[in-house]
Design a protein around this ligand. Structure first.
Ligand SMILES: Nc1ncnc2c1ncn2[C@@H]1O[C@H](COP(=O)(O)OP(=O)(O)OP(=O)(O)O)[C@@H](O)[C@H]1O
Ligand SMILES: [Mg+2]
Length: 563
């Protein structure tokens, strides 16, 4: 719990001021609440003939009561307003922080989890924690103050009766413990099931075409329904305990009040308690029952918060990618690449690359061939440091890339990935993604080179056409051409084309190759491809097999004829 409290305090620290203000207002409100029974007693006293006149003017007392109640309402408004705003702020800041952190984590982190789990952090967990900080956790202070204050006043009125109330407190705590013991694992499970439900929706919306074409709607509906039902079931179980807790405590407190009433009747008979004192006493007793159930509620809230805090803290504790901070810059790249004894395995998998030695001279266009799963894309990813090598090193112009900042490295390498990634934005913005503020001419030139310009002009709004989520409104080949234009516009000294023309029609591919042979000559190009036409561009061909070089350096002509 210690570590959890520290994490929680660290989350709350930046909001000290508004939280303290809210707390101050709450304390003011509970202090006023303590004045109400006292005033109530005095007012009751005015109804009793033998006591009338012993206290202040009855009208004045009523006015004072009104003033106290009004002030209480005002303070309550103030604290709800301030704390509500603070809760929003904490949630917003936490979301920003968690998102930024997720974005900084290595890709490997996401390959081991479902995306929905990350989404659950940003939707569910962050809300629970911020609500707890600004609501339940803070509210406990005035609750305690009310209980304590009421006790002090009761002690002053009639010590014996007050002691009775004190004796009952440990009983209350015990009841909370017993009922609440099952809440903690439940809260944790609930959080996990909730994350699963979000993960299913997130994944299925992306898989919708597959779901429809394989007519899996019923099964997927069922899977989602089951998950939601599971959440509801757990939630109901949690609520049962939750719901029982407050009323149970309140009932116990009420029984105590009746007990006190009974004893008070006796005290009244003996003359050791005046009627007006009895009224105050009962009102204080009443005042105590509310915080008691509030404390029980806090216990439940705390368990729920712990369920949400755990995954948040876990993710925030993950190390971001090495080299994110400005460090040594990668000098301007000429383009010589060397893999020296590079081994790499994806987490928990067999090695994808085994002691790979590969050297590429600056300005060369090297085709990398090999069967599916040979490790071709992995080479590209390692060069961009999307993953770090397990063994060996990768040098560009003799500089070990693991020693330079990621930004300076990645800015000088362009890639058309095997799986094209496009945004829900205009064609223009998608092409311009890798280069700050390009001119329209530059964008068009890149689009022309990627054989995309003509089809773009035929789109409803030309370059301003929005292409839908992940580019769904474009054909596969069109998507690929945009990705290619994007990489060409970046104009990097090293260009990686991972099956970049795999979806081109032969005519388009030929045109692209002709148009680009000049562009490609000026830089180092890694050409991952199975297409003979593309191979013609290569100065050299290397063949990869099971993560190691099968053969390298053949003459292009020899290889093409062997294909
Ligand atoms: N994210 C990942 N996590 C675990 N294993 C992976 C991951 N990506 C690839 N692999 C594995 O690494 C090996 C090399 O994959 P890679 O993507 O480099 O192959 P490839 O040569 O590009 O194949 P293809 O021609 O199909 O594109 C494969 O065995 C694959 O299963
Ligand atoms: Mg690949």
């Amino acid at each position: 719990m210690n570590k959890e409290i520290r994490t929680l305090l660290a989350f709350a620290a930046p909001y000290r001021l508004p939280l303290a203000m809210g707390l101050g207002l709450m304390l003011g409100e509970s202090a006023l609440a303590l004045a109400v029974p006292w005033l109530g007693g005095r007012i009751a006293g005015t109804f009793i003939p033998e006591q009338a006149g012993a206290w202040a003017d009855p009208q004045l007392l009523l006015l004072a009561m009104l003033a106290v109640l009004a002030a209480q309402a005002l303070l309550k408004f103030g604290n709800l307003y301030i704390l509500g705003g603070t809760a929003d702020r904490i949630a917003a800041d936490l979301k920003i922080r968690v998102y930024d952190h997720l974005q900084a984590l290595p890709l490997g982190f996401f390959h081991q989890r479902r995306q929905g789990e990350a989404l659950a952090l940003l939707t569910h967990d962050v809300q629970v924690v911020s609500g707890y900080l600004s609501g339940s956790a803070l509210g406990v202070v005035p609750l305690f103050l009310t209980v304590l204050g009421a006790l002090v006043f009761m002690l002053r009125i009639q010590a014996l009766l007050a002691v009775l109330a004190v004796i009952l407190i440990p009983l209350h705590v015990l009841l909370i413990k017993v009922l609440g013991r099952r809440l903690r694992p439940l809260a944790r499970q609930l959080q996990e099931e909730h994350a699963q439900a979000i993960a299913i929706v997130e994944e299925n919306l992306g898989m919708l075409p597959a779901i429809k074409t394989f007519t899996r709607e019923e099964e997927e509906s069922e899977r989602h329904r089951k998950q939601i039902e599971q959440v509801v079931r757990l939630s109901a179980r949690e609520r049962r305990i939750h719901a029982a807790l407050g009323p149970a405590i309140q009932l116990m407190a009420a029984i105590a009040v009746v007990l006190v009433l009974w004893l008070a009747q006796k005290a009244l008979g003996h003359g050791s308690l005046t009627p007006s004192q009895l009224v105050s006493f009962l009102l204080y007793g009443q005042l105590m029952t509310r915080p008691m159930s509030g404390l029980a509620d806090l216990y439940g809230q705390t368990q729920r918060m712990r369920g949400a805090l755990r995954p948040l803290a876990e993710v925030l504790a993950q190390e971001p990618e090495a080299g994110r901070h400005p460090g040594k810059r990668m000098p301007n790249i000429q383009g010589g690449i060397e893999f020296r004894g590079v081994s790499f395995a994806y987490p928990g998998c067999a090695p994808a690359l085994k002691r790979l030695d590969l050297s590429i001279a600056a300005g060369q266009t090297v085709a990398i061939l090999g069967p599916n799963g040979a490790g071709k894309s992995t080479i590209a990813h390692l060069l961009l440091r999307l993953h770090e090598v397990s063994e060996g090193s990768i040098l560009i112009d003799g500089v070990d890339i693991s020693t330079v900042s990621l930004r300076s490295l990645r800015r000088q390498i362009g890639i058309v990935p095997q799986h094209v990634l496009l945004f829900h934005a205009s064609v223009r913005d998608n092409i311009a993604y890798g280069r700050p503020e390009p001119t329209q001419e530059e964008i068009e030139a890149a689009a022309r080179a990627a054989r995309a310009h003509d089809f773009i002009l035929r789109l409803p709004q030309g370059y301003d056409t929005r292409i839908g989520d992940r580019g769904v409104r474009l054909s596969g080949g069109q998507q690929q051409r945009l990705a290619l234009a994007r990489a060409l516009l970046k104009d990097p000294p090293i260009l990686i084309l991972d099956e970049a023309t795999a979806m081109f029609d032969p005519q388009g591919e030929r045109e692209f190759l002709q148009a680009c042979s000049e562009v490609l000559r000026q830089r180092t190009v890694l050409l991952i491809t199975h297409r003979p036409a593309s191979l013609e561009l290569a100065d050299r061909v290397v063949r990869l097999q099971d993560g190691a070089l099968a053969q390298s350096g053949e003459e292009r002509g020899a290889l093409v004829s062997a294909e």
